[in-house]
Ligand binder design. Structure first.
Ligand code: SF4
Length: 290
Protein backbone atom coordinates (compact mmCIF):
# COMPACT_ATOMS: atom_id res chain seq x y z
CA UNK A 1 0.00 0.00 0.00
CA UNK A 2 1.48 3.36 -1.01
CA UNK A 3 2.29 5.87 1.74
CA UNK A 4 -0.37 8.24 0.47
CA UNK A 5 -3.13 5.64 0.47
CA UNK A 6 -2.00 4.41 3.88
CA UNK A 7 -2.27 7.96 5.23
CA UNK A 8 -5.73 8.19 3.67
CA UNK A 9 -6.73 4.87 5.21
CA UNK A 10 -5.51 6.03 8.63
CA UNK A 11 -7.55 9.17 8.20
CA UNK A 12 -10.65 7.17 7.30
CA UNK A 13 -10.05 4.76 10.18
CA UNK A 14 -9.77 7.67 12.61
CA UNK A 15 -12.97 9.32 11.35
CA UNK A 16 -15.00 6.10 11.39
CA UNK A 17 -13.80 5.05 14.85
CA UNK A 18 -14.47 8.53 16.21
CA UNK A 19 -18.03 8.29 14.97
CA UNK A 20 -18.50 4.98 16.73
CA UNK A 21 -16.67 5.41 20.02
CA UNK A 22 -16.99 9.15 20.67
CA UNK A 23 -13.65 9.61 22.47
CA UNK A 24 -13.22 11.70 25.59
CA UNK A 25 -9.43 12.12 25.46
CA UNK A 26 -8.15 15.68 25.76
CA UNK A 27 -5.57 16.33 23.06
CA UNK A 28 -2.14 17.38 24.36
CA UNK A 29 -3.06 16.76 28.00
CA UNK A 30 -0.17 15.53 30.11
CA UNK A 31 -1.78 12.92 32.25
CA UNK A 32 0.96 11.54 34.49
CA UNK A 33 4.27 12.18 36.18
CA UNK A 34 7.15 10.30 34.55
CA UNK A 35 7.15 7.65 37.29
CA UNK A 36 3.40 7.14 37.07
CA UNK A 37 3.59 6.92 33.28
CA UNK A 38 6.19 4.13 33.56
CA UNK A 39 3.98 2.13 35.94
CA UNK A 40 0.90 2.92 33.83
CA UNK A 41 2.74 1.80 30.66
CA UNK A 42 3.79 -1.48 32.27
CA UNK A 43 0.17 -2.07 33.38
CA UNK A 44 -1.39 -0.94 30.09
CA UNK A 45 0.58 -3.08 27.64
CA UNK A 46 -1.94 -5.59 26.26
CA UNK A 47 -4.76 -4.36 28.53
CA UNK A 48 -7.30 -1.51 28.55
CA UNK A 49 -7.02 2.03 29.91
CA UNK A 50 -9.57 1.17 32.59
CA UNK A 51 -7.53 -1.82 33.78
CA UNK A 52 -4.30 0.19 33.84
CA UNK A 53 -5.95 3.13 35.62
CA UNK A 54 -7.42 0.80 38.24
CA UNK A 55 -4.02 -0.76 38.88
CA UNK A 56 -2.39 2.67 39.22
CA UNK A 57 -5.12 3.77 41.65
CA UNK A 58 -4.57 0.66 43.76
CA UNK A 59 -0.85 1.44 44.04
CA UNK A 60 -1.76 4.91 45.30
CA UNK A 61 -4.48 3.69 47.69
CA UNK A 62 -2.95 0.48 49.03
CA UNK A 63 0.67 1.57 49.49
CA UNK A 64 2.00 4.42 51.61
CA UNK A 65 4.31 5.62 48.80
CA UNK A 66 6.45 4.29 45.94
CA UNK A 67 9.18 3.37 48.40
CA UNK A 68 6.78 0.94 50.03
CA UNK A 69 6.15 -0.62 46.63
CA UNK A 70 9.91 -0.87 46.10
CA UNK A 71 10.40 -2.86 49.31
CA UNK A 72 7.26 -4.99 48.96
CA UNK A 73 7.18 -8.63 47.95
CA UNK A 74 6.17 -9.60 44.43
CA UNK A 75 3.00 -11.12 45.88
CA UNK A 76 2.06 -7.80 47.51
CA UNK A 77 2.69 -5.91 44.28
CA UNK A 78 0.68 -8.48 42.33
CA UNK A 79 -2.34 -7.73 44.52
CA UNK A 80 -2.44 -4.22 43.03
CA UNK A 81 -2.38 -5.76 39.57
CA UNK A 82 -5.37 -8.04 40.11
CA UNK A 83 -7.31 -8.61 36.91
CA UNK A 84 -4.36 -8.00 34.56
CA UNK A 85 -2.66 -10.81 32.69
CA UNK A 86 0.94 -11.74 33.58
CA UNK A 87 0.84 -10.12 37.01
CA UNK A 88 4.08 -11.69 38.19
CA UNK A 89 6.08 -10.40 35.23
CA UNK A 90 4.53 -6.92 35.52
CA UNK A 91 5.22 -6.85 39.27
CA UNK A 92 8.85 -7.76 38.64
CA UNK A 93 9.20 -4.98 36.08
CA UNK A 94 7.62 -2.38 38.36
CA UNK A 95 9.72 -3.29 41.37
CA UNK A 96 12.91 -3.47 39.29
CA UNK A 97 12.22 -0.01 37.87
CA UNK A 98 11.62 1.46 41.35
CA UNK A 99 14.79 -0.13 42.68
CA UNK A 100 16.83 1.17 39.74
CA UNK A 101 15.31 4.62 40.18
CA UNK A 102 16.06 4.71 43.90
CA UNK A 103 19.60 3.39 43.44
CA UNK A 104 20.33 6.15 40.92
CA UNK A 105 18.50 9.14 42.35
CA UNK A 106 17.70 8.33 46.01
CA UNK A 107 14.24 9.61 45.20
CA UNK A 108 11.08 8.69 43.35
CA UNK A 109 10.77 11.44 40.82
CA UNK A 110 12.01 11.96 37.31
CA UNK A 111 9.99 15.06 36.63
CA UNK A 112 13.05 17.26 36.00
CA UNK A 113 13.17 15.42 32.66
CA UNK A 114 9.92 17.06 31.57
CA UNK A 115 11.76 20.36 31.20
CA UNK A 116 14.59 18.89 29.12
CA UNK A 117 14.51 18.36 25.35
CA UNK A 118 12.70 15.11 24.56
CA UNK A 119 15.72 13.39 23.01
CA UNK A 120 17.83 14.17 26.06
CA UNK A 121 15.15 12.85 28.43
CA UNK A 122 14.75 9.63 26.43
CA UNK A 123 18.51 9.13 26.49
CA UNK A 124 18.48 9.30 30.30
CA UNK A 125 15.49 6.99 30.54
CA UNK A 126 16.97 4.45 28.12
CA UNK A 127 19.30 3.37 30.95
CA UNK A 128 16.32 2.01 32.88
CA UNK A 129 15.38 -1.54 32.07
CA UNK A 130 11.67 -0.66 31.83
CA UNK A 131 12.50 1.37 28.73
CA UNK A 132 13.63 -1.71 26.85
CA UNK A 133 9.91 -1.90 26.09
CA UNK A 134 9.01 0.23 23.07
CA UNK A 135 5.48 0.42 24.45
CA UNK A 136 6.59 1.88 27.81
CA UNK A 137 8.90 4.34 26.03
CA UNK A 138 6.08 5.53 23.77
CA UNK A 139 3.63 5.74 26.68
CA UNK A 140 5.98 7.89 28.78
CA UNK A 141 6.77 10.07 25.74
CA UNK A 142 3.09 10.63 25.09
CA UNK A 143 1.65 10.90 28.60
CA UNK A 144 4.43 12.48 30.62
CA UNK A 145 7.04 14.12 28.37
CA UNK A 146 4.67 15.91 26.02
CA UNK A 147 6.14 14.27 22.90
CA UNK A 148 4.32 12.75 19.97
CA UNK A 149 4.09 8.97 20.25
CA UNK A 150 1.61 6.27 19.34
CA UNK A 151 2.21 3.25 21.58
CA UNK A 152 1.56 -0.06 19.83
CA UNK A 153 0.91 -3.16 21.93
CA UNK A 154 -0.25 -6.63 20.89
CA UNK A 155 -3.99 -5.88 20.53
CA UNK A 156 -3.38 -2.66 18.55
CA UNK A 157 -0.84 -4.42 16.33
CA UNK A 158 -3.39 -7.15 15.63
CA UNK A 159 -5.98 -4.60 14.48
CA UNK A 160 -3.42 -2.70 12.34
CA UNK A 161 -2.33 -5.94 10.70
CA UNK A 162 -5.89 -6.85 9.84
CA UNK A 163 -6.43 -3.39 8.41
CA UNK A 164 -3.37 -3.84 6.18
CA UNK A 165 -1.62 -0.89 7.85
CA UNK A 166 1.25 -2.85 9.36
CA UNK A 167 2.04 -5.01 6.34
CA UNK A 168 5.10 -3.15 5.00
CA UNK A 169 6.66 -2.28 8.36
CA UNK A 170 9.45 -4.62 9.50
CA UNK A 171 8.86 -4.19 13.24
CA UNK A 172 6.87 -2.27 15.85
CA UNK A 173 9.23 0.75 16.15
CA UNK A 174 9.07 1.18 12.35
CA UNK A 175 5.29 0.88 12.44
CA UNK A 176 5.13 3.40 15.24
CA UNK A 177 7.34 5.80 13.28
CA UNK A 178 5.04 5.53 10.27
CA UNK A 179 1.94 6.14 12.43
CA UNK A 180 3.54 9.12 14.15
CA UNK A 181 4.35 10.70 10.77
CA UNK A 182 0.86 10.05 9.41
CA UNK A 183 -1.20 11.06 12.45
CA UNK A 184 -0.67 14.64 13.69
CA UNK A 185 0.34 15.14 17.30
CA UNK A 186 -2.88 16.90 18.26
CA UNK A 187 -4.84 13.80 17.20
CA UNK A 188 -2.38 11.20 18.49
CA UNK A 189 -3.89 10.56 21.90
CA UNK A 190 -7.39 10.29 20.51
CA UNK A 191 -6.19 7.98 17.73
CA UNK A 192 -4.55 5.68 20.31
CA UNK A 193 -7.66 5.57 22.45
CA UNK A 194 -9.80 4.73 19.41
CA UNK A 195 -7.50 1.93 18.26
CA UNK A 196 -7.63 0.51 21.76
CA UNK A 197 -11.43 0.56 21.70
CA UNK A 198 -11.40 -1.23 18.37
CA UNK A 199 -8.87 -3.86 19.47
CA UNK A 200 -10.83 -4.73 22.61
CA UNK A 201 -14.33 -4.42 21.16
CA UNK A 202 -14.67 -5.98 17.69
CA UNK A 203 -11.11 -6.66 16.47
CA UNK A 204 -10.53 -9.13 19.25
CA UNK A 205 -8.16 -12.06 19.42
CA UNK A 206 -9.34 -15.11 17.49
CA UNK A 207 -12.38 -14.40 15.34
CA UNK A 208 -12.93 -10.65 14.79
CA UNK A 209 -16.51 -9.43 14.92
CA UNK A 210 -16.44 -7.75 11.48
CA UNK A 211 -20.22 -7.46 10.94
CA UNK A 212 -20.39 -5.21 14.02
CA UNK A 213 -17.26 -3.19 13.14
CA UNK A 214 -17.44 0.36 11.80
CA UNK A 215 -14.38 -0.32 9.63
CA UNK A 216 -15.75 -3.30 7.72
CA UNK A 217 -16.06 -1.31 4.47
CA UNK A 218 -12.42 -0.18 4.47
CA UNK A 219 -10.85 -3.29 6.02
CA UNK A 220 -9.24 -5.85 3.66
CA UNK A 221 -9.65 -8.63 6.22
CA UNK A 222 -13.38 -7.96 6.48
CA UNK A 223 -13.67 -8.11 2.68
CA UNK A 224 -11.86 -11.43 2.51
CA UNK A 225 -13.95 -12.86 5.34
CA UNK A 226 -17.11 -11.77 3.58
CA UNK A 227 -15.97 -13.38 0.30
CA UNK A 228 -15.17 -16.51 2.24
CA UNK A 229 -18.63 -16.64 3.79
CA UNK A 230 -20.27 -15.99 0.41
CA UNK A 231 -18.21 -18.72 -1.24
CA UNK A 232 -19.09 -21.17 1.49
CA UNK A 233 -22.78 -20.31 1.24
CA UNK A 234 -22.79 -20.72 -2.56
CA UNK A 235 -20.91 -23.99 -2.40
CA UNK A 236 -23.23 -25.19 0.34
CA UNK A 237 -26.21 -24.46 -1.89
CA UNK A 238 -24.53 -26.19 -4.80
CA UNK A 239 -23.49 -29.49 -3.29
CA UNK A 240 -24.12 -29.17 0.41
CA UNK A 241 -20.33 -29.32 1.08
CA UNK A 242 -18.72 -25.95 2.05
CA UNK A 243 -15.27 -25.74 0.37
CA UNK A 244 -13.60 -24.70 3.59
CA UNK A 245 -10.03 -25.39 2.54
CA UNK A 246 -10.23 -23.38 -0.69
CA UNK A 247 -11.94 -20.43 0.96
CA UNK A 248 -9.53 -20.36 3.86
CA UNK A 249 -6.53 -20.56 1.52
CA UNK A 250 -7.79 -17.38 -0.07
CA UNK A 251 -7.87 -15.71 3.35
CA UNK A 252 -4.31 -16.86 4.04
CA UNK A 253 -3.22 -15.39 0.71
CA UNK A 254 -4.59 -11.97 1.75
CA UNK A 255 -3.51 -12.05 5.38
CA UNK A 256 -1.02 -9.23 6.07
CA UNK A 257 2.50 -10.14 7.20
CA UNK A 258 2.87 -9.24 10.86
CA UNK A 259 5.40 -6.68 12.02
CA UNK A 260 8.09 -8.26 14.19
CA UNK A 261 7.70 -7.78 17.91
CA UNK A 262 9.48 -4.74 19.26
CA UNK A 263 12.02 -5.08 22.03
CA UNK A 264 9.64 -5.30 24.89
CA UNK A 265 8.97 -6.44 28.38
CA UNK A 266 7.43 -9.54 26.74
CA UNK A 267 4.29 -9.13 28.71
CA UNK A 268 2.04 -7.87 26.01
CA UNK A 269 -1.09 -9.79 25.30
CA UNK A 270 -0.51 -12.96 23.33
CA UNK A 271 1.14 -12.65 19.94
CA UNK A 272 -1.04 -10.79 17.46
CA UNK A 273 -3.36 -13.03 15.55
CA UNK A 274 -3.30 -12.46 11.81
CA UNK A 275 -6.83 -12.62 10.70
CA UNK A 276 -8.51 -14.56 9.64
CA UNK A 277 -6.33 -17.46 10.71
CA UNK A 278 -4.73 -19.36 7.85
CA UNK A 279 -6.17 -22.79 7.33
CA UNK A 280 -4.41 -25.90 6.15
CA UNK A 281 -5.06 -26.96 2.60
CA UNK A 282 -7.33 -29.91 2.10
CA UNK A 283 -4.38 -32.27 1.77
CA UNK A 284 -0.63 -32.32 2.43
CA UNK A 285 1.44 -29.96 4.61
CA UNK A 286 -0.28 -26.97 6.23
CA UNK A 287 0.41 -23.59 4.62
CA UNK A 288 1.57 -20.58 6.66
CA UNK A 289 0.23 -17.10 6.15
CA UNK A 290 3.34 -15.31 7.40
S1 SF4 B 1 -13.53 -5.13 10.04
FE1 SF4 B 1 -13.01 -6.94 11.27
S2 SF4 B 1 -10.83 -7.36 10.95
FE2 SF4 B 1 -11.27 -5.29 10.18
S3 SF4 B 1 -10.77 -3.93 11.91
FE3 SF4 B 1 -12.97 -4.40 12.08
S4 SF4 B 1 -13.11 -6.23 13.41
FE4 SF4 B 1 -10.97 -6.01 12.73
Amino acid sequence: MATQSKAQLLNDVHALLKKRYKPKAEPNALRFSVLEAVVYGICHEGTTREQANQALSRFKDDFFDWNEVRVSTIEEIRSALAGLPNTEERAQHIRRFLRQLFDRTYSFTLDALVKKPLKESLKVLADYEAFSSDYVTATVTQLALGGHAIPVDGPVLRALQRLGIAETEPDVPALRGMLERAVPKNRGLEFCDLLEELAHDTCVEGEPDCPRCELRKVCPTAHVRKEQTTAQTKAGKHDGQPPKAAAKDKVAEHAPAPAKAAKSTKMASPAPTPAPAPAPPAKGKPKRSK
